[in-house]
Design a protein around this ligand. Structure first.
Ligand code: CDP
Ligand code: MG
Length: 751
C-alpha cells in the first residue's frame, strides 16, 4: 500500500488568503439560521398506517382569514373557466390591462423593472408585446429563465399562442439543446445560455430586447448577467433590458441599474386561507399524502398543488397517493401528476392539460411551480416546508445538494399559488412558530452559497481583471471567490499569478463543469479522448439506469452485468460501448433496463462536445482496451476529491478526513474489491455523505497528478524525513511560484 503525505500548497496570488480545515463535518453545510425540524431525521421510516382514521389527519390552526373577500370573487373564477379561445385567455391576464402603458415606459427607458404577481402574464406576454411593438424587426427578443423546464414549457405555450410550431418564430435554447432557427424572433433561454453567448458576442448584438425573467430567484447566472448587462446597456442605447420579478422587493434591482423605473402590474389575486400544522410534522411525505387525501375526499372542488423538495420525495408521494386511493372503496378519481426538472418533457406537459371532467388534478412539484410555472385552477396548496439547495462549503471546497427549510418568501409564494383563479387554502406542514422563528425571511442568493469556479472562469476570459471588485448586486463571500480560484488553479486553469492558462482558455469553450472539461483536455494528451468523451457525455444527462417499481431486483441484476469493478466511470463507458455495438438500439436499451431516451440524449451531447473538440483542434483517439489509462485520466480531474480506505467499506477524504461512503448503486459497492484510494465525481448528503460516481486510483497517481496536495510517503523513513523529502519534491513547484510572485510584484508596481 502506498502512503501519502498530505500538504496544501497555495499559489502566490492566493497566499495567506485560503483557509483550510482539517476536519469537515455534516454541519458545515448548515445555512445560517435554519433549523426547521430535524432535517436528517425526516422521512426515514415509511409509516405503514394507511387508514384515514382520526389520527390520520394533520391538525391545523387557521391563521389568516379573508372571508370578506370570498363572495364576489367566486364569480370571477367561474368566469375564468368560461374563457375558451387563446385570445380571450390572453386578454384576461392582468398584464393586458396595462399593455400600452407598459410599452410606453419601455420605449422611453433602456432599463425597466416590471413587478407582477405570478401568473399575471409577464413571461408569456411581454415577449409577444415587444414583438407586436416592432422590436423583432431589428433583432431577437430574448427572455431568460433560471430553469430549463420553464424555458421549454413557456416557449411551447407562446408558440401555441402565436399559432406557430416550436423552433420557428418562437424557440428555446438550453444547455445541449437548441430549438431555434434563423426565423426565430422570440427566444426563451436559460440564463446560463445567454451568459455563454456573451462570451462570443459581448454586446449581445443579435438582440433588440432582453427580458431577464424571474429576477427574484436570484440565480447565480442571473446575478452575473446583471453585472455584465449593466455595462452592455451603457454601451448600446438601442437595447432594451427588462427585469421582471414576482415580488415587491424590486427597489434593489431598480437602484442597481441606476434608479430605473419600476412598473407594477396591478394584481388580481384571491384570498388564501393559511393553515399551519399545530404539531411538528415528523415526516413531510406522510403528512402531505394524508393532507392531500383529506382535501380530495372533501366535496370542495379545485385542483391541488403539493410542494416537495426533490424528485425522490415526489416519486414516493405520488406512489403513496395512488396506492392509498386504490385501497379506498368508491374514492373519486384523482389525476396525480409529478413535475420536476429531470422529468421527460412529454410528461411535464401533462400538468397543463385539462383533466377529464369530474377528475381532480393533484400536481406534486419541486419549487419549480413556485413562480416559474403557473397552472390554472389550483385551489389547494400543501407545503412541505422544504426545498433542495446546492450549498458550497469553501473551507473544504465542496458543493453539496441538500434539503433545507424554505424561506418565508418561498412559503408566501407557495401559498399564493392557491389564490390565482379563486379563493383557496394553503396547508403548511410546519408550525406557525417554526415559520416565524426558524425560517429565513428570504433565501440566500445562489451566488452567496455556491461554488463559483465556472463564474470565475467566465469572468476571467471576459478579461475582468479584479474579480473581487466586479460589480455584483450582492457580492459573494470573499472566501467562496478565493476558494473557487484555488480550485481552478489546482486544475491548471489559472497560473501562479492568477491569469488564465491555455488549459483554462480551452476549458471555457466547453459547457461543462471545470473538472469535466479538464478530463477531456487531459484525455487528448493521454490518447483516450474517445473513451473520455463518452464518459463525460454520460455524466451530462440524467439517470441512465432504469429501476421500475416492482422490478427492482431484475433491473439491479441487469445493471450489475455492466459493472466494471474498479470504476463507475468505466461502467458508464461499458454501457455506452455496448449500446453502440448494438446499433444504438432502443430495444436493446429496454431489454437491459437502460433509459433509451437518456441514451439518445447522450449521443446528442457527445456530438456537440465532439464539435467543440474539432473546432479546438483536439484529437479524438481511442486507447483500445487499456482502460487503466482512462482511470488515470479521471484521476487527473478529480484528485482533489480523493478518499482512502479506512475500514471495510469505509472511506475518509484524504485531505479533510471526513468520512464518506460508497453509494449502494456504485459498481464498487459490495463487490469485495476495496481499493486503497478512490476519487469521486460528487458528494451527496442524505442521512450520510455518499460519494457518487467513483473510480479506483493508484496512490502514486494522486501524487503525480496532484502534487500540490500529495507526496508519496516512503516506508522505513521517519515522519520528519518524509516531510522533508515531500518538501524537496515540491521545490520545483515552489521555485515556479517564487518566480510568479516576482511577476506579480512587478505588475503591481507597474500599475
Ligand atoms: O410570468 P407570470 O408568472 O407573470 O405569468 P405567465 O407565466 O406568463 O402565465 C400567464 C398565463 O399563461 C397563466 O394563466 C398560465 O396558466 C398560462 N400558461 C399556460 O397555460 N401554459 C404554460 N405552459 C405557461 C403559461
Ligand atoms: Mg413568469
Amino acid at each position: 500500500r502506498v502512503h501519502l503525505v498530505v500538504h496544501n500548497l497555495v499559489p502566490p496570488f492566493l497566499d495567506g488568503r485560503i483557509v483550510f480545515t482539517k476536519q469537515a463535518q455534516h454541519k458545515d453545510w448548515e445555512l445560517a439560521g435554519t433549523k426547521l425540524g430535524n432535517i436528517m431525521g425526516v422521512k426515514q421510516e415509511e409509516e405503514k398506517d394507511k387508514a384515514l382514521g382520526a389520527d390520520g389527519k394533520v391538525d391545523y390552526k387557521s391563521e389568516q382569514r379573508f372571508a370578506e373577500h370570498m363572495s364576489g370573487k367566486m364569480e370571477a373564477s367561474s368566469e375564468f373557466a368560461k374563457l375558451k379561445t387563446i385570445k380571450e385567455q390572453r386578454q384576461f391576464l392582468p398584464i393586458f390591462a396595462v399593455r400600452q402603458e407598459l410599452l410606453n415606459v419601455i420605449r422611453d427607458n433602456s432599463v425597466v423593472v416590471v413587478v407582477g404577481e405570478t401568473g399575471s402574464g409577464k413571461t408569456t406576454q411581454l415577449t409577444q408585446y415587444l414583438h407586436e411593438d416592432g422590436y423583432t424587426n431589428y433583432g431577437t427578443v430574448a427572455c431568460t429563465q433560471p430553469r430549463r423546464v420553464a424555458a421549454m414549457s413557456v416557449a411551447k405555450r407562446v408558440s401555441d399562442e402565436l399559432g406557430c410550431s416550436l423552433g420557428e418564430k418562437v424557440g428555446y435554447a438550453i444547455r445541449f439543446e437548441d430549438v431555434t432557427s434563423d426565423a426565430t424572433l422570440v427566444k426563451y433561454m436559460t440564463d446560463g445560455i445567454l451568459l455563454r453567448e456573451s462570451l462570443r458576442e459581448p454586446d449581445l448584438d443579435n438582440y433588440s430586447a432582453v427580458i431577464m425573467d424571474e429576477a427574484h430567484e436570484r440565480s447565480l447566472n442571473t446575478d452575473v448577467l446583471f453585472g455584465l448587462l449593466r455595462e452592455v446597456v451603457a454601451r448600446r442605447s438601442d437595447l432594451r433590458l427588462i427585469v421582471t420579478s414576482a415580488t415587491m422587493d424590486s427597489g434593489k434591482f431598480a437602484s442597481f441599474f441606476g434608479n430605473v423605473p419600476v412598473f407594477h402590474i396591478p394584481g388580481r389575486t384571491f384570498p388564501v386561507d393559511i393553515l399551519f400544522s399545530k404539531t411538528v410534522v415528523e415526516d413531510y411525505v406522510e403528512g402531505a399524502v394524508k393532507q392531500t387525501l383529506q382535501i380530495h375526499l372533501s366535496p370542495a372542488p379545485g385542483d391541488i398543488l403539493v410542494f416537495m423538495p426533490g424528485q425522490e420525495d415526489i416519486e414516493v408521494t405520488c406512489d403513496q397517493l395512488v396506492e392509498r386511493l386504490a385501497e379506498l372503496e368508491n374514492a373519486p378519481a384523482l389525476a396525480v401528476l409529478p413535475i420536476y426538472s429531470q422529468l421527460p418533457s412529454d410528461l411535464q406537459a401533462k400538468i397543463f392539460q385539462k383533466a377529464p371532467d369530474g377528475v381532480r388534478k393533484c400536481i406534486v412539484a419541486t419549487n419549480i411551480a413556485e413562480t416559474s410555472l403557473t397552472v390554472d385552477g389550483i385551489m389547494f396548496v400543501v407545503d412541505s416546508g422544504y426545498c433542495k439547495l446546492k450549498v458550497y462549503n469553501p473551507r473544504i471546497g465542496m458543493d453539496a445538494l441538500q434539503i433545507y427549510p424554505i424561506s418565508q418568501a418561498n412559503a408566501n409564494q407557495r401559498a399564493g399559488r392557491a389564490g390565482r383563479t379563486g379563493p383557496g387554502q394553503c396547508y403548511r406542514l410546519y408550525t406557525q412558530s417554526s415559520y416565524k422563528n426558524e425560517l429565513l425571511v428570504a433565501t440566500v442568493p445562489e451566488i452567496q452559497r455556491t461554488n463559483l469556479a465556472n463564474v470565475v472562469l467566465l469572468l476571467k476570459s471576459l478579461n475582468v481583471r479584479d474579480l473581487l471588485s466586479f460589480h455584483f448586486m450582492d457580492a459573494p463571500p470573499e472566501d467562496n471567490m478565493l476558494n473557487s480560484m484555488y480550485q481552478l488553479w489546482i486544475l491548471g486553469a489559472l497560473d501562479n499569478t492568477g491569469a488564465l492558462t491555455t488549459t483554462g482558455r480551452l476549458m471555457v469553450e466547453f459547457p461543462l463543469d471545470p473538472a469535466l472539461s479538464k478530463m477531456l483536455i487531459v484525455a487528448c494528451d493521454m490518447g483516450c479522448s474517445a473513451e473520455v468523451l463518452a464518459i463525460v457525455s454520460m455524466l451530462s444527462v440524467p439517470t441512465i439506469f432504469y429501476r421500475p417499481k416492482g422490478r427492482e431486483e431484475e433491473s439491479d441484476q441487469a445493471r450489475e452485468k455492466f459493472s466494471v469493478p474498479e470504476s463507475d466511470h468505466l461502467t458508464y463507458l461499458n454501457v455506452y460501448q455496448q449500446w453502440k455495438t448494438n446499433g444504438y438500439s432502443t430495444l436493446w436499451s429496454n431489454q437491459h433496463f437502460i433509459h433509451a431516451k437518456a441514451m439518445r440524449k447522450v449521443r446528442e451531447v457527445r456530438a456537440q462536445l465532439k464539435d467543440i473538440m474539432t473546432q479546438q483542434h483536439m484529437a479524438l483517439d481511442s486507447c483500445g482496451n487499456d482502460w487503466d489509462i482512462v482511470r488515470k485520466c479521471v484521476c487527473s480531474a478529480y484528485f482533489h476529491q480523493a478518499a482512502k480506505l479506512k475500514g471495510i467499506g469505509e472511506y475518509v477524504n484524504v485531505r479533510t478526513g471526513m468520512p464518506c461512503h460508497l453509494h449502494p448503486t456504485s459498481a464498487l459497492f459490495g463487490m469485495g474489491f476495496t481499493p486503497d484510494y478512490i476519487v469521486y465525481h460528487e458528494l451527496i448528503m442524505t442521512s450520510k455523505e455518499y460519494m457518487q460516481c467513483v473510480t479506483a486510483v493508484e496512490g502514486e497517481w494522486l501524487a503525480e497528478l496532484g502534487p500540490m496536495f500529495y507526496s508519496v510517503k516512503h516506508a522505513g523513513r521517519s515522519r520528519q524525513e518524509n516531510r522533508k523529502r515531500a518538501k524537496r519534491e515540491l521545490s520545483a513547484m515552489e521555485e515556479e511560484m517564487a518566480l510568479a510572485e516576482e511577476q506579480l510584484k512587478a505588475r503591481r508596481e507597474q500599475r
